[in-house]
Design a protein around this ligand. Structure first.
Ligand code: UD1
Length: 417
């Protein structure tokens, strides 16, 4: 158990570097086995989920280690195609090893992935798309078994732009004979990062960032160097932390386009935004304004992952904001905990209505998932007095040294195991 002690009421000021992206790193780590290659990655955040992916790679027979923010992988000796349940259950992104193993070994056996409990999180779209490529996949209860099948390029249309399904198709299609066209693909920046990595590996692939991705196969280069892009959700979290505390914070090394949907609402809430090429400064008023309606949506819409942290920033706003969560059915788990701090939030089905209150007071909260946990820390920063957030390790799955980053901005936060 991790305990986050927060003494709230401090205005955050200063500059903050932004870590590399978790959601870009994990699919790229899975992609490192698509063909035998030596991979060197920089700006990989030190996170529990990255650790879990490295353990899966080692289990499969690869050499894989992290030194600081660099990761070195040699996938030449990848010799297994089975991933045990204990490794699969650690995170959601382990399911991307399915497409990677199908590309490399033509077969795979694994259990359903773990990850944050945000609702049902099925993988039917992943399996249907991989089957269209020719993979013979069976699901027996919790186990997924792919026993081979000849992979042939084809036209696949996703009925919803699933990020995970898009990634699985991109990886498996690298080993297919002929051309694969994926229509209705996810357009998230992490898809573009994966395409960049696969290209460096020798894949002929184009279209990431649009809804149509074309994969023509692979001529392995044997050696890949790639830099992980900045984490847009961590950037959104730090921007919301500044906004929640009436702060003045400069985010360094960010790609502003990648979280402009969040910046848009912070601006509407009364924050001044100074945007430069690789940095963003947020100057927040002492109390934000409510922003009306927010709807989560696939990229470039408002990201579901930023919903809990923006909610935390708006708890002390003037007026009423309604957030409709369209991606996951159970993504308001932070709400009852935030209400312990004196927040006024009502949830009906997939809509949360936040009525801003003048003051929040400290309380003891329990984190139930990664971004919800981050929201509780932000709310604690905005509350008067002491807040304790108890967490079974969800927050450190996605944030690197969050306590230290916040302290550097003047927050009174300590994290103890
Ligand atoms: C989602 C987010 C992604 C975020 C990640 C981590 C979206 C669109 N995706 O990706 O930005 O980084 O969580 O928190 O916001 N679905 C199915 N069947 C499937 C796959 C998905 O019905 O086979 C549905 C899910 O139930 C859910 C939605 O599609 O409603 C989520 O889509 P998906 O993009 O696949 O989720 P993740 O890949 O986990």
């Amino acid at each position: 158990m991790e305990f986050w002690h927060i003494r709230g009421g401090k205005r955050l000021t200063g500059a903050c570097p932004i870590q590399g992206s978790k959601n870009a790193s994990l699919p790229i780590l899975a992609a490192s086995i698509v063909c035998p290659a030596r991979t060197e990655l920089t700006e990989v955040p030190r996170l529990r989920d990255v650790d879990a992916a490295l353990r899966i790679l080692r289990h499969l027979g690869c050499r894989a280690e992290q030194q600081g923010n660099a990761v070195y992988i040699d996938s030449g000796l990848c010799s297994r195609s089975t991933i045990p349940h204990a490794l699969m259950e650690e995170m959601r992104s382990s399911v991307i090893f399915l497409g990677a193993l199908i590309a490399r070994c033509g077969e795979a056996r694994m259990s359903l992935p773990g990850g944050c409990q945000l609702g049902k999180r099925p993988i039917d779209l992943h399996l249907a798309a991989l089957r269209q490529l020719g993979a013979e996949i069976e699901q027996n209860g919790d186990e997924i078994v792919c026993r081979g099948g000849r992979l042939r390029g084809t036209r696949i249309a996703l009925p919803f732009p699933s990020v995970g399904a898009t990634e699985n198709v991109m990886l498996a299609a690298c080993a297919a004979e002929g051309e694969t066209t994926l229509c209705g693909a996810a357009r998230e920046p992490e898809i573009t990062a994966l395409q960049d990595y696969l290209r460096a590996m020798g894949a002929h692939i184009r279209g990431a960032g649009t809804e149509r991705i074309v994969i023509e196969g692979m001529e392995p280069t044997g050696r890949v160097c790639a830099r992980i892009p900045p984490d847009r959700i961590v950037a959104a979290t730090m921007a919301c932390a500044a906004a929640a505390t009436g702060g003045d914070v400069e985010l360094r090394g960010v790609d502003v386009q990648q979280f402009s949907a969040v910046v848009h609402f912070l601006n509407r809430a009364g924050c001044d935004i100074i945007s430069r090429k690789r940095s963003l400064r947020i100057l927040a008023p002492s109390r934000l304004r409510a922003v009306g309606e927010i709807l989560t949506a696939p990229f470039p819409g408002f990201p579901t992952d930023a919903q809990p942290v923006l909610m935390a920033a708006l708890l002390r706003s003037r007026g009423k904001t309604r957030i409709t969560e369209t991606i996951f059915e159970n993504r308001f788990r932070q709400v009852p905990e935030l209400c312990r701090l004196g927040a006024d939030i009502r949830v009906i089905d997939r809509v949360a209505e936040i009525r801003g209150v003048e003051r929040l007071h400290g309380a003891t909260l329990t984190a139930g998932d990664l971004r919800g946990g981050a929201a509780m820390i932000l709310a604690g920063l905005a509350a008067e007095g002491e807040t304790l957030v108890r967490d079974k390790g969800h927050i450190t799955r996605g944030y690197e040294a969050l306590d230290q980053r916040l302290r550097e901005l003047g927050a009174d936060v300590e994290m103890k195991n």
